[in-house]
Write a protein of this length. Structure first.
Length: 129
């Protein structure tokens, strides 16, 4: 059986909330075809092209194997079916009134994440978190 093409989830590697969420999603059984890349890397800049802006990102990004990019809360929706308990979150995601609320909440948290959760110190090159 041919393996699925790789998807790349680009996250803020300096945001304590983002790094903690990444670890939690990996523990919940993140899909094997998703590779995590820090926004602060050259690879992220290459993958995002014109969507890349130096500094802190305002959201996470999912780059599909075909190059399509989704941003923010929408970047996580394709991961839900592969996570333990993801079916429940996917059900909530499909409720029309909850989706706009979830997007607003994501935006609020993203804007204040450094103030509320803090920053992670940089790791030396080549080390893993």
């Amino acid at each position: 059986m041919k393996p699925k093409p790789e998807r790349i989830l680009i996250y803020d590697g300096r945001c304590r909330l983002c790094v903690t969420a990444k670890s939690g999603i990996e523990r919940m059984g993140a899909p094997q075809d998703v590779r995590w890349v820090e926004y602060q890397s050259e690879e992220a800049a290459r993958c995002l092209g014109k969507d890349y802006q130096p500094g802190r990102p305002d959201a996470a990004f999912l780059v599909e194997a075909d190059g399509m990019i989704t941003k923010g809360l929408d970047a996580f929706a394709p991961l839900l079916p592969g996570l333990r308990g993801g079916w429940f979150l996917l059900m909530l995601w499909r409720v029309p009134l909850l989706r706009p609320l979830a997007h607003r909440l994501y935006g609020l948290i993203a804007r204040h994440r450094y103030r509320w959760f803090g920053e992670v110190r940089s790791s030396p090159p080549g080390s893993s978190r």
